[in-house]
Design a protein around this ligand. Structure first.
Ligand code: SF4
Length: 466
């Protein structure tokens, strides 16, 4: 009997190559898990490592996922299937009733489901006295999925440092790269903090008593995860009040980011809190929340509509084609982007799929008003002299639905959130007008020059007063 050890897909693949090259039958090999003691037996014959005889891509996909399953027997199953595929059964994967194929598929499904559950049930808590701020979550996955799912968390929560602690291994994100360390016990994670209230409030707000089915809820949100879910504490109470809430909901159906906005003027804290906002449904299909960026004491705040495809992927505002056009126009108009805070009326990217492309979709009135508390919190923190609305969505968010950029463009209005507010078109609109691009661009630069002059005027007035 040949005994070999595998601890992940790559080590299994390397050992399998050696075994295949030596034509070792699955009946003559025992795969030991990473923690299994190897006693007796012999190591696999060291053969020249070459490519495994060709196998369907589908097998590699299934094997990579099944390798994350907790069952120690997975390596034996994988090797049996590999051996049979490369020895006279090239179409084995099509035989759904075969015991090995069935086990491979079941393991694959279990791991995929576990990864999905992890994205739904990890709850970050703020580490006390951490500087810089760091969020920590404790979670106990069924399978070895931490490394596989960590990149998803780094995309979704890329703007904040976090650690996900699990009994198997821990993932850490430092805003630039992911690292992994050995597992830790539950006691290593903080017990509770302000974030817990956010989650409880959020869950209470989305809990729909009209649709509640306790059995289905327990299947979707298994009871064993409840220990790490702050909202689980309030489920019994919510269920008890379900009937009353059905009546209330019918009377008062609304959504808003308001309950996610912490009572602070600190932009960093606002940014971190926005990354877990569930004030509307747009977070669900976006990669990053795209919060505003720039000086916290900026005199000018520019507000666009929503992040685009590139901004969503990078997590920063105005870094796509429209942002580059804005940079160019600001330079020509004498406005220093370093002195300006840029943000959007809606913080998550709304899109529709067209082939392989994600096409911008205009946010609805409800989504714009749901997200307004974030914009108001930014403006309350910065207290700019001038707000520049780029396009109708931003203008209507701050000036009301009757505001028309076409007729009120370039006019300065006094405003609650700044001394003056002015609107112009969004640079992406210029990119969508290839026939009139030069003309529209010149008008845009003209508007920005008026804005630059207004900034100088407001600054001079402030100096006179001080
Ligand atoms: S778009 Fe705004 S309100 Fe909606 S989830 Fe994102 S941050 Fe929250």
């Amino acid at each position: 009997m040949t005994i070999v050890r595998a601890h992940d897909f790559l080590s299994w693949r390397n050992e399998s190559r050696r075994l295949l090259a030596a034509d070792v039958s699955p009946a003559d090999v025992h795969w030991a898990g990473a923690n299994e003691t190897l006693f007796g037996g012999e190591q696999a014959t060291e053969a020249k490592i070459g490519s495994v005889a060709s196998v369907p891509k589908e097998f590699l996909r299934l094997a990579q996922t099944a390798a994350l399953h907790r069952d120690d027997d997975r390596w034996n199953v994988l090797y049996r299937v590999l051996y049979r595929l490369t020895h006279s059964e090239p179409s084995l994967l099509k035989v759904g009733i075969d015991d090995d194929v069935r086990r491979l598929e079941l393991m694959n499904q279990a791991v995929s489901r576990d990864m999905h559950k992890m994205t739904a049930f990890v709850r970050f808590r703020r580490m006390e006295n951490s500087d810089p701020e760091c969020m920590v979550a404790w979670y106990s996955p069924d399978h070895h999925v931490v490394k596989a799912i960590a990149p998803w968390f780094s995309r979704r929560f890329g703007g904040v440092r976090w650690s996900i602690l699990t009994p198997d291994e821990c993932a850490h994100w430092d805003l630039e790269k992911l690292t992994f360390t050995p597992g830790v016990p539950r006691s290593a994670a903080p017990a509770s903090d302000d974030m817990e209230h956010l989650w409880k409030d959020y869950y209470a707000s989305i809990f729909n008593p009209a649709r509640v089915k306790v059995k289905a809820m327990k299947a979707e949100m298994p009871v064993r995860h409840w220990a790490t879910l702050p909202e689980a504490e309030i489920i019994p109470n919510l269920l008890a009040k379900a009937n009353v809430r059905v009546i209330e909901m019918a009377k008062n159906q609304k959504s808003s980011a308001a309950e996610f906005v912490p009572r602070t003027n600190d932009l960093q804290q606002l940014r971190a809190a926005a990354s877990v906002c569930r004030g509307c449904e747009l977070y669900a299909r976006a990669t990053h929340v795209v919060f505003g960026e720039g000086r916290p004491d900026a005199k000018v705040v520019m507000v666009g509509e929503q992040p685009g495809d590139e901004e969503d992927l990078k997590g920063h505002p105005f870094v796509g084609p429209a942002g580059r056009l804005l940079d160019k126009a600001m330079l020509e108009a004498g406005l220093d982007r370093e002195q300006v805070y840029v943000t959007n009326a809606v913080k998550h990217f709304k899109w529709i799929e067209r082939g392989k492309r994600r096409i911008h979709a205009k946010p609805s009135g409800i989504e714009i008003s749901s997200c307004r508390p974030w914009l108001e919190a930014e403006l309350a923190s910065i207290q700019p002299e001038l707000v520049v609305c780029l396009g109708a969505t931003a203008a209507q968010s701050l000036m009301g639905r009757d505001f028309r950029v076409t007729t009120e463009r370039g006019i300065f209005f006094p405003h609650r959130w700044a001394k003056q507010l002015v609107a112009t078109i969004h640079p992406s609109a210029i990119l969508r007008m290839p026939d009139r691009r030069d003309e529209e661009y010149a008008l845009f630069v003209h508007d920005l020059k008026l804005i630059a002059a207004k900034v100088r005027e407001l600054e001079a007035a402030s100096r006179r007063l001080s």
